[in-house]
Design a protein around this ligand. Structure first.
Ligand code: ADP
Ligand code: MG
Length: 666
């Protein structure tokens, strides 16, 4: 029996999924696996857990588990469902990587997919749960994909899962294609948004662009065009201020630092709500009162070269499925309009049906290690919904063997085995198990496993925490449209780079390079109590720094659990390492990055034909034929140290090594 308030009851009644409760529950009762699909906003996430709860699924031994690909959704949905059911967060709770409010009284638990994946390792049958809801499964996040593969083994699959289609959005959305596809989609988005605001009836506008920089540029232009004064206002609320999972892509897109969710508040009287957002707003979060959607059709995605591992961000057309999701956001409160800033021919001919799942688009070393830790040795044979590239799996196994996490694959011993050509499998080692227990990439876990000597652990923990959080420093791009700001920005960037040089210091400290800068940044920020002003002045993302703090705490706890005799505590302020410690740290870092070594190329001898500019300060690494470079923002820029290791290579105007540390020649 759920005691909802009359208001909640009334607002639930409006959701299309409410009419399907009986069908959904009957289907769940009769089948092991079911799929529920329906438009964004139809009530899947908030209502299905309540249907299950009311049908007694949380009271027969076992709780209702809901996985989300993003932390923000796990947190906000647990709060929403608790509010709708008039229960507290002791009963409807959440768990994400660093924190949660689950209690023994929890009946409904929202969590990230990664959290449930970890739990499978302790409790393969997931006996704690009566039901698992895998939300946003269509997004095909890597962890969701693995979960589905595992669940397909955990739940003996019967026939074909029935599909229940929840009837679509409440109101029709009229799609307007541009006649031509403009080159400059951002200017076009600006123009269209102004036009809607000036000419069309009330209702919020939701604009989809590709990244933080674009959000800021567009917001600035809109604010300028419609300054905030009485009667005629266009407050813009940037969804990127909503705190979101820092996957690589999102960290690039979400450089905002406020985690308040102002998008859910009604706009001030006489104002129009305009939300400029990246594709985070496509699903998961329903922003109220949106009537107009302006869709650039673009999306920013991180690509990895399969052979070299070099990453780049590319702006591409989104998929038809996601364009339709975006359009659907306009039909929540009444009939809506979606303005697609591209032609229908472009949509038909150049938009893929679906976006490729994440698992096919990124390195898989962490997954392979997690799976080996679950004794899934033949990763290539695992029933993934979409398997990762076999070359990627091989590359991951090679790396893990070199890090000592996996044993060398056994050579076929018998003649019969040789003839059968069974692929050799490598098994997890004791070191590998220790590494798998840390919620960080295998390379960094390896560094951590080496650190428990010479009182280095606090530094290694801080270092791997900082390396694991993407983009601790804001990556500035000069706005193309503002001359004066350009000068200011240049000066600011110059100042920040000077501070970094100072932080790098001299001797072994300097040789520790970018890592030394990270360590000093962590210490300095903690000293200043993570003040947003301090972070802003030094070009540090305070949200990322908060992640580092949480990760340091978590890693410290994990180490203490594994090695109780160490009895580590977090000294937030972290006095800088001594010269000798810096030297040892360089060795530890080099072990984790042993396959990421680059050597300075000699300058071209005078008189030799060739591109001497290309050769100056250039490095040769093992993965690429072409030279790679040290970024101007790096502490080791133009220091011409002969050997360096790097975190990864990211290509912008040139292939740049990120996270560079100088090492000794072997
Ligand atoms: P779906 O999962 O099908 O996309 P949801 O269950 O997330 O749909 O949302 C159903 C409805 O609940 C939407 O109309 C949404 O506006 C409303 N809703 C969700 N979260 C909140 C919230 N925090 N505050 C107010 N309304 C919310
Ligand atoms: Mg949902």
């Amino acid at each position: 029996p759920v005691d909802r308030t009359p208001e909640m009851q009334a607002s639930r009644q409006k959701l299309p999924i409410i009419g399907e409760e009986q069908v959904i529950m009957e289907t769940i009762n009769e089948n092991a696996v079911i799929i529920v699909c329906g438009e964004t906003g139809s009530g899947k996430t908030t209502q299905v857990p309540q249907f299950l709860y009311e049908a007694g699924y949380a009271h027969g031994g076992g709780i209702i588990g809901v996985t989300e690909p993003r932390r923000v959704a796990a947190i906000s949905m647990s709060k929403r469902v608790a509010a709708e059911m008039n229960l507290t967060d002791r009963e409807v709770s959440y768990q994400i990587r660093y924190e949660g409010n689950v209690t023994p009284d929890t009946h409904v638990k929202f969590m990230t997919d990664g959290v449930l994946l970890k739990e499978v390792q302790q409790d393969f049958l997931l006996l704690k749960y009566s039901t698992i809801i895998v939300d946003e499964a269509h997004e095909r996040s890597v962890y969701t994909d693995i979960l589905i593969g595992l669940l397909s083994r955990i739940v003996p699959l019967r026939a074909k899962p029935p599909v229940i289609k929840v009837d679509s959005r409440q109101y029709p959305v009229t799609i307007h294609f541009n006649r031509r596809t403009p080159d400059d989609y951002l200017t076009e988005a600006y123009r269209k948004t102004c036009k809607i605001h000036q000419q069309l009836a009330e209702g919020g506008i939701l604009v989809f662009v590709t990244g933080q920089q674009e959000v800021q540029t567009l917001c600035r232009k809109l604010k300028k065009a419609f300054p905030h004064h009485k009667g005629q206002v266009l407050p813009n609320i940037n969804l990127n201020n909503y705190s979101v999972e820092p996957t690589d892509e999102e960290a690039e897109m979400e450089q905002g630092d406020n985690s308040d969710a102002r998008v859910f508040d009604p706009p001030p009287e006489g104002c129009r709500l305009c939300v400029v957002a990246t594709n985070v707003a496509e699903t998961s979060l329903t922003i109220p009162n949106i009537r107009y959607v302006v869709d650039t059709g673009k999306t920013k995605t991180k690509f990895y070269d399969k052979v070299t591992g070099v990453s780049t961000f590319r702006i591409t057309w989104t998929s038809k499925a996601s364009a339709n999701q975006r359009a659907g956001r306009a039909g929540r409160v009444g009939p809506g309009h979606c303005y697609r800033l591209y032609s229908s021919a472009m949509f038909n001919d150049n938009f893929p049906q679906f976006s490729p799942p994440e698992i096919t688009r990124r390195p898989v070393d962490d997954l392979v290690l997690q799976m080996k830790d679950m004794s899934i040795d033949k990763v290539a044979n695992f029933p993934f919904p979409t398997p990762p590239d076999t070359d990627q799996i091989k590359a991951a196994e090679t790396l893990l063997v070199s890090l000592g996490a996996l044993s060398e694959p056994e050579k076929p011993k018998t003649f019969k085995a040789k003839v059968a050509k069974t692929a050799p499998t490598s098994k997890i080692t004791a070191l590998g198990r220790a590494m798998a227990s840390f919620p960080i990439a295998p390379r960094y876990a390896r560094m951590l496993a080496m650190g428990h000597q010479q009182e280095l652990l606090p530094y290694v923990i801080a270092a791997v925490a900082a390396l694991s959080v993407d983009q601790l420093f804001v990556e500035f791009q000069a706005p193309a449209d503002a001359q004066n700001e350009d000068e200011d920005l240049k000066r600011r960037i110059q100042n920040i780079n000077n501070v970094k040089r100072m932080w790098a210091g001299t001797g072994n400290s300097l040789l520790l390079g970018d890592l030394m800068v990270l360590l000093k940044a962590v210490g300095a920020c903690e000293y200043e109590g993570l003040s947003p002003e301090f972070c802003a002045r030094y070009g540090i993302r305070s949200k990322a720094m908060k992640e580092v703090r949480k990760l340091r705490t978590q890693l410290t706890n994990t180490v203490n659990m594994a090695l109780p005799e160490v009895n580590l505590c977090v000294d937030p302020k972290l006095t800088p390492p001594t010269d000798r410690q810096a030297k040892l740290l360089r060795q530890i870092v080099a072990t984790g990055l042993a396959d990421h070594v680059a050597r300075l190329m000699p300058d071209l001898p005078p008189g030799v034909e060739g591109d001497s500019k290309k050769h100056k300060h250039a490095y040769q690494c093992t993965e690429l034929e072409d030279p790679v470079y040290i970024h101007p923002t790096s502490a080791l820029y133009h220091k011409d140290k002969e050997y360096v290791v790097y975190q990864h290579i990211h290509e912008t105007s040139r292939p740049y090594m990120k996270g560079v540390v100088a090492v000794e020649a072997e």
